[in-house]
Design a protein around this ligand. Structure first.
Ligand code: PMP
Length: 309
């Protein structure tokens, strides 16, 4: 990934991709205190547009606030940086990665006295869990790793260090022959995937874990809530047990990278009802299709969620 043409925005400047480097004594590299975002831009009929740029940028600033990091750029500057990176790299559709980290002036747990840095990179990135997963659904395993308790790390911050837990869960799932992990909270209730929020459908009602289960307040999750309202689907945010997912009619993950990815199997139990067992469910398909209409600019009602590049 590091050896290619293009530009990365670093601390206010466009830097050649290959030169966008940091020192090995960077505080964040040692102690994991950093915050980031995952954003997507889509190739709409009106040209490339970034989806929910303002919400992603606000979440980055919120994550930084939670970790007591003061990013030395305004929200407007950070939004502009993202637009500029997509334009500069001539990307039609892409994934964007803004990341803020603590510098290398000094080490020791206390980050005081260090500079806070910010970068934005962007590159083309297709279906995160595979093209087949989008239509057929993926196979998921309940992780042996517990999701963060809400007072061990800060679960509403998209913090770099939170992802060690995600990596452990994801590696375990992949090593065991699954596509992705589903993590339970410290009380044993379903929380989220390693990088996705979870939804289940039962008897026409859509359920998603409430955020006290330690799941990130996903922007795609929020988009799904809007879509369900538009489709006249009732949504209930509540505690969900592992066996409720086993007997759900449908289940899917939501996330910027994963978009809307159906889940066809959990712990080798095929999900779903007659006609749809072990495949994408009909309500999931409707939500997925509405999602792609919105992000690709085909639903004028949500034009305000698209920032033209
Ligand atoms: N949970 C976790 C742990 C994530 O990393 C992500 C991806 N940012 C999500 C949920 C989904 O959030 P969003 O829809 O905002 O991408």
């Amino acid at each position: 990934l590091s050896d290619r043409d293009g530009k990365i925005w670093m601390d206010g400047q466009m830097v050649d991709w290959r030169d966008a480097k940091i020192h090995v004594l960077t505080h964040t590299l040692h102690y994991g205190c950093g915050v980031f975002e995952g954003v997507r831009a889509y190739n709409t009929a009106k040209g490339t547009a970034i989806f929910r740029l303002e919400e992603h940028t606000q979440r980055l600033l919120n994550s930084a606030k939670i970790l007591r990091m003061t990013i030395p750029f305004t929200k407007e500057q950070i939004m502009q940086a993202q637009v500029d990176v997509v334009r500069e790299n001539k990307l039609e559709s892409c994934y964007l990665r803004p990341l803020s980290w603590i510098g290398s002036r000094k080490l020791g747990i206390s980050p005081k006295g260090n500079h806070i840095h910010l970068m934005v990179a962007a590159w083309a990135w297709g279906a995160y869990l595979g093209d087949e997963g989008m239509t057929r659904g993926i196979r998921v395993k309940i992780s042996s790793y517990t999701r963060h308790h809400v007072n061990i790390t800060m679960t509403q911050a998209k913090a770099v260090s939170n992802y060690t837990n995600s990596i452990l869960a994801n590696m375990e799932a992949l090593d065991d022959g699954y596509d992705e992990a589903m993590l339970l909270d410290a009380n044993g209730f379903v929380s989220e995937g390693s990088g996705e929020n979870l939804f289940v459908v039962k008897d026409g009602v859509v359920y998603t874990p409430d955020l006290s289960a330690g799941a990130l307040n996903g922007i795609t999750r929020n988009t799904v809530l809007h879509i369900c309202k538009d489709l006249g689907l009732e949504v209930v945010q509540k505690r969900i047990t592992r066996d409720e997912v086993y007997i759900a009619d449908e289940a899917f993950f939501s996330g910027t990278a994963a978009e809307i990815t159906p889940i066809r199997e959990l712990d080798r139990i095929e999900l779903g009802q007659a006609g749809y067992v072990g495949s994408r469910g009909p309500i999931t398909e409707k939500i997925q299709s509405a999602f792609f209409d919105i992000v690709n600019g085909r639903n004028p009602r949500y034009a305000h969620w698209l920032t033209q590049v």
